[in-house]
Design a protein around this ligand. Structure first.
Ligand code: FES
Length: 160
C-alpha cells in the first residue's frame, strides 16, 4: 500500500534535499529557496522556519528574501504560474494589452488563482529579457514578443 507523505513531511524532505544539494551556507539561500519552491510549488512558513534554523538566520530575513524575488512565492499557487513582466519597457511595447488578454482568458486578476486551481497570475518586475517584450513566464517556459492574439494558444499548451 502506498501512503502519501503528509505536506509537513514533504516540506521537510524538500528542505533536506535543498540543504544536501547546496549546503547550509548563507550564500546559498536563494538556490535553497528556489529548490524548495520548485519541489513544493511555493514556500510554506514551515520551510522558511527550517531554512532559517539551518542557516542560523532570523526567519524575518529569510521571509524578506523569499518575498522579494518574483520567481518565489510565499503563498500557495495554482498548477501553472504565469509571471508577467509589468516593468515599463514591456509595458510600452504592448504589455498592457497582453495582460488584459490573459486576465480575460483566465477570468482572474493579477495575484489570483483560478477556482479550479489550474492557474495563478502574478505580476513581477523585469524578467531580464526586455529586448523581447512584452514577456512572461509560464512555469519554466519563457515567452517573448507576445501579442494578445497569441495568448489563447499559449495557454492551451498547458491544458489537459
Ligand atoms: S522590462 Fe519586461 S523583461 Fe525587462
Amino acid at each position: 500500500m502506498v501512503v502519501e507523505a503528509s505536506i509537513s513531511e514533504r516540506v521537510h524532505q524538500a528542505v533536506e534535499n535543498a540543504l544536501a544539494r547546496f549546503g547550509a551556507h548563507d550564500d546559498e539561500l536563494i538556490p535553497i529557496l528556489t529548490h524548495v519552491n520548485h519541489e513544493i510549488g511555493y514556500l510554506p512558513g514551515q520551510a522558511l522556519e527550517e531554512i532559517a534554523h539551518a542557516l542560523k538566520k532570523p526567519k524575518s530575513k529569510v521571509f524578506t528574501v523569499a518575498s522579494f524575488y518574483g520567481m518565489l512565492s510565499t503563498i500557495p499557487v495554482g498548477k501553472h504560474v504565469i509571471r508577467f513582466c509589468e516593468s515599463a519597457p514591456c509595458h510600452v511595447v504592448g504589455g498592457r494589452q497582453v495582460i488584459v488578454a490573459i486576465q480575460q482568458a483566465l477570468k482572474i486578476n493579477i495575484g489570483q488563482t483560478t477556482p479550479d486551481g489550474q492557474w495563478t497570475l502574478l505580476a513581477v518586475s523585469c524578467l531580464g529579457i526586455c529586448a523581447v517584450g512584452p514577456a512572461f513566464i509560464v512555469d519554466d517556459d519563457v515567452y517573448g514578443n507576445v501579442t494578445p492574439e497569441q495568448v489563447p494558444a499559449i495557454l492551451k499548451k498547458y491544458q489537459g
